[in-house]
Design a protein around this ligand. Structure first.
Ligand SMILES: Cc1cc2nc3c(=O)[nH]c(=O)nc-3n(C[C@H](O)[C@H](O)[C@H](O)COP(=O)(O)OP(=O)(O)OC[C@H]3O[C@@H](n4cnc5c(N)ncnc54)[C@H](O)[C@@H]3O)c2cc1C
Length: 332
Protein backbone atom coordinates (compact mmCIF):
# COMPACT_ATOMS: atom_id res chain seq x y z
CA UNK A 1 0.00 0.00 0.00
CA UNK A 2 1.26 3.44 -0.94
CA UNK A 3 1.45 5.87 1.97
CA UNK A 4 -0.23 9.15 1.03
CA UNK A 5 -0.10 12.61 2.44
CA UNK A 6 -3.71 13.70 3.01
CA UNK A 7 -5.34 16.94 4.14
CA UNK A 8 -8.76 16.39 5.72
CA UNK A 9 -10.80 19.61 5.84
CA UNK A 10 -13.43 19.98 8.59
CA UNK A 11 -13.41 18.42 12.06
CA UNK A 12 -17.10 17.50 12.23
CA UNK A 13 -18.06 13.87 12.64
CA UNK A 14 -17.29 13.16 8.95
CA UNK A 15 -13.78 14.63 8.99
CA UNK A 16 -12.88 13.10 12.36
CA UNK A 17 -13.69 9.61 11.14
CA UNK A 18 -11.85 10.18 7.86
CA UNK A 19 -8.73 11.42 9.66
CA UNK A 20 -8.70 8.60 12.21
CA UNK A 21 -9.38 5.81 9.70
CA UNK A 22 -6.78 6.97 7.19
CA UNK A 23 -4.14 7.52 9.89
CA UNK A 24 -4.74 4.03 11.26
CA UNK A 25 -4.24 2.70 7.73
CA UNK A 26 -0.79 4.28 7.70
CA UNK A 27 -1.39 7.52 5.77
CA UNK A 28 0.09 10.89 6.82
CA UNK A 29 -2.85 13.10 7.83
CA UNK A 30 -3.34 16.76 8.56
CA UNK A 31 -6.81 17.75 9.84
CA UNK A 32 -7.68 21.41 9.25
CA UNK A 33 -10.62 23.08 11.03
CA UNK A 34 -11.66 26.72 10.82
CA UNK A 35 -13.10 27.03 14.33
CA UNK A 36 -10.70 27.82 17.13
CA UNK A 37 -12.61 25.76 19.68
CA UNK A 38 -13.23 22.11 18.73
CA UNK A 39 -16.69 21.44 17.22
CA UNK A 40 -17.90 25.04 17.73
CA UNK A 41 -19.02 25.45 14.08
CA UNK A 42 -19.94 21.83 13.36
CA UNK A 43 -23.54 20.72 12.81
CA UNK A 44 -22.37 17.49 14.44
CA UNK A 45 -22.36 19.19 17.84
CA UNK A 46 -26.18 19.37 17.71
CA UNK A 47 -26.79 15.69 16.97
CA UNK A 48 -28.65 13.26 19.18
CA UNK A 49 -25.95 10.77 18.16
CA UNK A 50 -28.35 7.89 17.75
CA UNK A 51 -27.13 4.96 15.68
CA UNK A 52 -30.52 3.87 14.40
CA UNK A 53 -30.13 2.09 11.03
CA UNK A 54 -33.43 0.23 11.35
CA UNK A 55 -35.61 3.11 12.57
CA UNK A 56 -34.14 5.52 10.01
CA UNK A 57 -35.07 3.02 7.26
CA UNK A 58 -38.64 4.23 7.71
CA UNK A 59 -37.79 7.18 5.47
CA UNK A 60 -34.28 6.50 4.13
CA UNK A 61 -32.84 4.55 1.21
CA UNK A 62 -31.64 0.97 1.97
CA UNK A 63 -27.99 2.07 1.63
CA UNK A 64 -28.39 4.12 4.82
CA UNK A 65 -29.40 1.00 6.75
CA UNK A 66 -26.66 -1.14 5.17
CA UNK A 67 -23.78 1.28 5.70
CA UNK A 68 -25.31 2.24 9.06
CA UNK A 69 -25.00 -1.36 10.23
CA UNK A 70 -21.34 -1.41 9.17
CA UNK A 71 -20.80 1.87 11.05
CA UNK A 72 -22.40 0.47 14.18
CA UNK A 73 -19.80 -2.29 14.26
CA UNK A 74 -16.99 0.24 13.64
CA UNK A 75 -18.23 2.51 16.45
CA UNK A 76 -18.45 -0.40 18.86
CA UNK A 77 -14.94 -1.50 18.01
CA UNK A 78 -13.56 2.01 18.48
CA UNK A 79 -15.43 4.05 21.10
CA UNK A 80 -16.10 2.52 24.53
CA UNK A 81 -18.83 5.12 25.18
CA UNK A 82 -21.33 3.53 22.77
CA UNK A 83 -24.49 2.59 24.70
CA UNK A 84 -25.94 -0.45 22.97
CA UNK A 85 -29.40 -0.83 24.50
CA UNK A 86 -31.54 -0.48 21.40
CA UNK A 87 -34.38 1.93 20.62
CA UNK A 88 -38.03 1.97 21.69
CA UNK A 89 -40.79 3.29 19.43
CA UNK A 90 -44.17 4.13 20.97
CA UNK A 91 -47.34 5.98 20.01
CA UNK A 92 -50.22 7.49 21.96
CA UNK A 93 -53.57 5.68 21.93
CA UNK A 94 -54.95 7.93 19.17
CA UNK A 95 -51.86 7.37 17.01
CA UNK A 96 -51.73 3.56 17.12
CA UNK A 97 -52.01 3.50 13.31
CA UNK A 98 -48.60 5.25 13.22
CA UNK A 99 -47.05 2.32 15.07
CA UNK A 100 -48.52 -0.14 12.57
CA UNK A 101 -47.21 1.97 9.69
CA UNK A 102 -43.74 2.29 11.26
CA UNK A 103 -43.58 -1.50 11.75
CA UNK A 104 -44.53 -2.02 8.10
CA UNK A 105 -41.73 0.29 6.92
CA UNK A 106 -38.93 -1.15 9.09
CA UNK A 107 -37.33 -4.40 10.25
CA UNK A 108 -35.11 -5.58 13.08
CA UNK A 109 -37.71 -5.08 15.86
CA UNK A 110 -39.62 -7.07 18.47
CA UNK A 111 -43.25 -6.19 19.24
CA UNK A 112 -43.81 -5.54 22.93
CA UNK A 113 -47.07 -5.44 24.88
CA UNK A 114 -47.58 -3.16 27.90
CA UNK A 115 -46.19 -5.72 30.34
CA UNK A 116 -43.04 -6.43 28.33
CA UNK A 117 -42.49 -2.71 27.85
CA UNK A 118 -42.80 -2.15 31.58
CA UNK A 119 -40.11 -4.75 32.25
CA UNK A 120 -37.75 -3.39 29.59
CA UNK A 121 -38.14 0.34 30.31
CA UNK A 122 -39.84 0.81 33.68
CA UNK A 123 -39.23 4.57 33.44
CA UNK A 124 -42.06 4.84 30.93
CA UNK A 125 -44.29 3.94 33.86
CA UNK A 126 -46.90 1.80 32.09
CA UNK A 127 -47.89 4.71 29.86
CA UNK A 128 -48.06 2.82 26.54
CA UNK A 129 -50.05 -0.26 25.51
CA UNK A 130 -47.56 -1.40 22.87
CA UNK A 131 -44.10 -0.64 21.53
CA UNK A 132 -41.58 -1.67 18.90
CA UNK A 133 -38.14 -2.55 20.25
CA UNK A 134 -35.06 -2.39 17.99
CA UNK A 135 -32.47 -4.25 20.13
CA UNK A 136 -29.50 -3.76 17.80
CA UNK A 137 -29.49 0.03 17.77
CA UNK A 138 -27.29 2.26 19.93
CA UNK A 139 -26.57 5.83 20.98
CA UNK A 140 -23.88 8.01 22.59
CA UNK A 141 -23.22 11.53 23.83
CA UNK A 142 -22.02 13.43 20.73
CA UNK A 143 -19.36 15.76 22.12
CA UNK A 144 -17.88 12.99 24.25
CA UNK A 145 -17.66 10.81 21.14
CA UNK A 146 -16.10 13.59 19.06
CA UNK A 147 -13.55 14.40 21.76
CA UNK A 148 -12.65 10.72 21.90
CA UNK A 149 -12.18 10.58 18.11
CA UNK A 150 -10.04 13.73 18.17
CA UNK A 151 -7.76 12.25 20.86
CA UNK A 152 -7.62 8.92 19.04
CA UNK A 153 -6.73 10.67 15.77
CA UNK A 154 -3.91 12.60 17.48
CA UNK A 155 -2.63 9.37 19.03
CA UNK A 156 -2.67 7.79 15.57
CA UNK A 157 -0.39 10.58 14.35
CA UNK A 158 -2.88 13.08 12.85
CA UNK A 159 -1.61 16.69 12.95
CA UNK A 160 -4.60 18.84 13.89
CA UNK A 161 -4.84 22.58 13.14
CA UNK A 162 -7.78 24.44 14.68
CA UNK A 163 -8.42 28.06 13.76
CA UNK A 164 -7.22 27.37 10.20
CA UNK A 165 -9.60 28.20 7.37
CA UNK A 166 -8.88 26.09 4.30
CA UNK A 167 -9.14 28.14 1.12
CA UNK A 168 -8.66 25.58 -1.65
CA UNK A 169 -4.90 25.02 -1.42
CA UNK A 170 -3.56 21.47 -1.46
CA UNK A 171 -0.80 22.23 1.08
CA UNK A 172 1.44 19.96 -0.98
CA UNK A 173 -0.72 16.95 -0.07
CA UNK A 174 -1.38 14.06 -2.45
CA UNK A 175 -5.09 14.09 -1.62
CA UNK A 176 -7.59 16.54 -0.10
CA UNK A 177 -10.61 15.01 1.65
CA UNK A 178 -13.16 17.76 1.90
CA UNK A 179 -15.60 17.32 4.80
CA UNK A 180 -16.77 20.91 5.13
CA UNK A 181 -20.46 20.03 5.41
CA UNK A 182 -22.76 22.81 4.26
CA UNK A 183 -19.82 25.18 3.65
CA UNK A 184 -19.07 23.19 0.45
CA UNK A 185 -22.49 23.82 -1.09
CA UNK A 186 -21.08 26.22 -3.71
CA UNK A 187 -19.05 23.34 -5.16
CA UNK A 188 -21.50 20.46 -4.84
CA UNK A 189 -24.57 20.67 -7.05
CA UNK A 190 -27.75 19.95 -5.12
CA UNK A 191 -26.25 20.15 -1.63
CA UNK A 192 -28.82 21.87 0.62
CA UNK A 193 -29.37 22.56 4.29
CA UNK A 194 -32.10 21.02 6.45
CA UNK A 195 -32.66 22.81 9.73
CA UNK A 196 -32.90 20.77 12.92
CA UNK A 197 -33.84 22.14 16.34
CA UNK A 198 -33.46 20.43 19.67
CA UNK A 199 -33.83 21.01 23.40
CA UNK A 200 -31.55 19.61 26.10
CA UNK A 201 -33.17 19.24 29.52
CA UNK A 202 -32.13 17.84 32.86
CA UNK A 203 -34.32 15.90 35.25
CA UNK A 204 -33.86 13.13 37.79
CA UNK A 205 -37.59 12.34 37.65
CA UNK A 206 -37.43 10.50 34.32
CA UNK A 207 -35.32 7.38 33.97
CA UNK A 208 -34.79 6.14 30.44
CA UNK A 209 -31.97 3.82 29.47
CA UNK A 210 -32.34 4.02 25.67
CA UNK A 211 -33.69 6.46 23.05
CA UNK A 212 -37.48 6.55 22.77
CA UNK A 213 -39.29 7.72 19.65
CA UNK A 214 -42.84 8.97 20.07
CA UNK A 215 -44.71 8.72 16.77
CA UNK A 216 -47.18 11.42 15.76
CA UNK A 217 -48.58 12.33 12.32
CA UNK A 218 -47.20 15.91 12.47
CA UNK A 219 -44.73 16.13 15.36
CA UNK A 220 -42.78 12.88 15.77
CA UNK A 221 -40.19 13.21 18.50
CA UNK A 222 -37.30 11.36 20.02
CA UNK A 223 -35.75 11.58 23.46
CA UNK A 224 -32.15 10.46 23.91
CA UNK A 225 -30.87 9.86 27.45
CA UNK A 226 -27.37 11.22 28.04
CA UNK A 227 -25.27 10.93 31.23
CA UNK A 228 -25.96 13.07 34.34
CA UNK A 229 -29.76 13.23 33.99
CA UNK A 230 -29.58 15.02 30.63
CA UNK A 231 -32.04 14.31 27.82
CA UNK A 232 -31.87 15.51 24.25
CA UNK A 233 -35.34 16.18 22.84
CA UNK A 234 -35.36 16.39 19.07
CA UNK A 235 -35.61 17.17 16.39
CA UNK A 236 -37.38 19.32 13.85
CA UNK A 237 -36.77 18.69 10.14
CA UNK A 238 -37.33 21.95 8.25
CA UNK A 239 -36.34 22.73 4.64
CA UNK A 240 -34.37 25.83 5.54
CA UNK A 241 -30.71 26.88 5.89
CA UNK A 242 -31.56 29.28 8.71
CA UNK A 243 -29.35 28.44 11.70
CA UNK A 244 -30.73 31.09 14.04
CA UNK A 245 -32.14 30.18 17.45
CA UNK A 246 -35.00 27.75 18.04
CA UNK A 247 -38.42 29.28 17.33
CA UNK A 248 -41.16 29.46 19.95
CA UNK A 249 -43.34 27.20 17.79
CA UNK A 250 -40.67 24.49 17.57
CA UNK A 251 -39.86 24.75 21.29
CA UNK A 252 -43.59 24.37 22.08
CA UNK A 253 -43.92 21.36 19.76
CA UNK A 254 -40.83 19.62 21.12
CA UNK A 255 -41.56 20.30 24.76
CA UNK A 256 -45.26 19.42 24.60
CA UNK A 257 -44.46 16.13 22.87
CA UNK A 258 -41.84 15.38 25.55
CA UNK A 259 -44.52 16.13 28.15
CA UNK A 260 -46.87 13.74 26.34
CA UNK A 261 -44.15 11.06 26.47
CA UNK A 262 -43.71 11.57 30.21
CA UNK A 263 -45.38 14.28 32.35
CA UNK A 264 -42.29 14.50 34.59
CA UNK A 265 -40.56 16.35 31.74
CA UNK A 266 -42.83 19.23 32.80
CA UNK A 267 -40.57 19.78 35.81
CA UNK A 268 -37.28 19.38 33.91
CA UNK A 269 -34.73 22.17 33.75
CA UNK A 270 -34.08 23.54 30.25
CA UNK A 271 -30.31 23.44 29.72
CA UNK A 272 -29.96 24.40 26.08
CA UNK A 273 -32.01 25.24 23.02
CA UNK A 274 -30.08 24.76 19.80
CA UNK A 275 -30.52 24.73 16.04
CA UNK A 276 -28.23 23.29 13.38
CA UNK A 277 -28.36 22.80 9.62
CA UNK A 278 -27.80 19.31 8.24
CA UNK A 279 -26.00 19.04 4.88
CA UNK A 280 -28.09 16.93 2.49
CA UNK A 281 -28.42 15.99 -1.17
CA UNK A 282 -31.82 15.68 -2.88
CA UNK A 283 -32.16 11.95 -2.04
CA UNK A 284 -30.78 12.44 1.49
CA UNK A 285 -28.06 9.85 0.75
CA UNK A 286 -24.43 10.87 1.39
CA UNK A 287 -21.99 11.04 -1.50
CA UNK A 288 -18.26 10.57 -2.00
CA UNK A 289 -17.52 12.84 -4.94
CA UNK A 290 -14.11 12.24 -6.52
CA UNK A 291 -12.59 15.03 -8.60
CA UNK A 292 -9.07 13.81 -9.20
CA UNK A 293 -7.09 14.40 -6.02
CA UNK A 294 -9.96 16.28 -4.35
CA UNK A 295 -12.54 14.03 -2.69
CA UNK A 296 -15.72 15.44 -1.14
CA UNK A 297 -17.51 13.44 1.57
CA UNK A 298 -20.77 15.20 2.24
CA UNK A 299 -24.56 15.13 2.49
CA UNK A 300 -24.76 13.03 5.64
CA UNK A 301 -28.17 14.62 6.46
CA UNK A 302 -29.68 13.04 9.64
CA UNK A 303 -27.05 10.32 9.55
CA UNK A 304 -23.65 11.84 10.30
CA UNK A 305 -22.97 9.63 13.32
CA UNK A 306 -24.70 6.70 11.66
CA UNK A 307 -22.75 6.85 8.38
CA UNK A 308 -19.36 8.51 9.01
CA UNK A 309 -17.35 5.39 10.00
CA UNK A 310 -18.50 3.34 6.99
CA UNK A 311 -17.88 6.25 4.60
CA UNK A 312 -14.36 6.63 6.02
CA UNK A 313 -13.70 2.93 5.43
CA UNK A 314 -14.96 3.29 1.83
CA UNK A 315 -12.64 6.25 1.16
CA UNK A 316 -9.69 4.36 2.68
CA UNK A 317 -10.48 1.31 0.51
CA UNK A 318 -10.66 3.55 -2.56
CA UNK A 319 -7.23 5.03 -1.81
CA UNK A 320 -5.65 1.71 -0.88
CA UNK A 321 -7.31 -0.72 -3.31
CA UNK A 322 -9.12 1.41 -5.89
CA UNK A 323 -12.56 -0.02 -4.99
CA UNK A 324 -15.61 2.28 -5.17
CA UNK A 325 -19.13 1.44 -3.94
CA UNK A 326 -21.45 2.67 -6.71
CA UNK A 327 -24.21 3.48 -4.19
CA UNK A 328 -22.26 6.46 -2.84
CA UNK A 329 -19.28 7.20 -5.15
CA UNK A 330 -19.56 9.75 -7.96
CA UNK A 331 -16.65 10.48 -10.31
CA UNK A 332 -16.68 13.92 -11.91
C1 LIG B 1 -30.76 18.49 15.69
C2 LIG B 1 -29.95 17.46 14.97
C3 LIG B 1 -29.98 16.13 15.41
C4 LIG B 1 -29.23 15.14 14.75
N1 LIG B 1 -29.25 13.85 15.24
C5 LIG B 1 -28.49 12.89 14.63
C6 LIG B 1 -28.45 11.56 15.15
O1 LIG B 1 -29.09 11.25 16.16
N2 LIG B 1 -27.69 10.64 14.50
C7 LIG B 1 -26.96 10.95 13.38
O2 LIG B 1 -26.30 10.06 12.84
N3 LIG B 1 -26.96 12.21 12.88
C8 LIG B 1 -27.72 13.18 13.49
N4 LIG B 1 -27.75 14.46 12.97
C9 LIG B 1 -27.04 14.74 11.72
C10 LIG B 1 -25.58 15.05 11.91
O3 LIG B 1 -25.44 16.05 12.88
C11 LIG B 1 -25.00 15.52 10.56
O4 LIG B 1 -25.19 14.54 9.59
C12 LIG B 1 -23.51 15.79 10.73
O5 LIG B 1 -23.33 16.81 11.66
C13 LIG B 1 -22.78 16.16 9.44
O6 LIG B 1 -21.43 16.21 9.81
P1 LIG B 1 -20.27 16.84 8.93
O7 LIG B 1 -19.00 16.52 9.63
O8 LIG B 1 -20.45 16.40 7.51
O9 LIG B 1 -20.55 18.42 8.96
P2 LIG B 1 -20.25 19.42 10.18
O10 LIG B 1 -20.48 18.77 11.48
O11 LIG B 1 -21.01 20.66 9.90
O12 LIG B 1 -18.68 19.69 10.07
C14 LIG B 1 -18.11 20.47 9.05
C15 LIG B 1 -16.89 21.14 9.63
O13 LIG B 1 -16.17 21.78 8.58
C16 LIG B 1 -15.64 23.00 9.07
N5 LIG B 1 -15.33 23.87 7.94
C17 LIG B 1 -16.20 24.44 7.05
N6 LIG B 1 -15.51 25.19 6.15
C18 LIG B 1 -14.20 25.09 6.47
C19 LIG B 1 -13.00 25.63 5.89
N7 LIG B 1 -13.01 26.41 4.79
N8 LIG B 1 -11.81 25.34 6.48
C20 LIG B 1 -11.76 24.54 7.58
N9 LIG B 1 -12.88 24.00 8.16
C21 LIG B 1 -14.07 24.27 7.60
C22 LIG B 1 -16.76 23.53 9.95
O14 LIG B 1 -16.29 24.50 10.86
C23 LIG B 1 -17.23 22.25 10.64
O15 LIG B 1 -16.55 22.03 11.85
C24 LIG B 1 -28.46 15.47 13.62
C25 LIG B 1 -28.41 16.81 13.19
C26 LIG B 1 -29.13 17.79 13.86
C27 LIG B 1 -29.04 19.22 13.40
Amino acid sequence: MQQRSVVVVGAGITGLWQALTLARRGHRIRLVEQSTAPFADAASRLAGAMLAPFCEAEAAEPVVRDLGLQSLALWRGTFPGVTARGTLVVAGTRDRAELVRFARMTEGFDKLDAEQLDVLEPGLGGRFAAALYYPDEAHMAPTEAMSFLLDAARSAGVKVSFGTRWGGESQAADIVIDCRGLAARGELAGLRGVRGERVVVRTREVELTRPVRLLHPRHPLYVVPWPDGLFMIGATVIESEDSSSVTVRSALDLLSMAYALHPAFGEAEIIELGAGVRPAFADNVPKIVVRGRHIHVNGLYRHGFLMAPALAALVADYLDKGTADARVFLFE
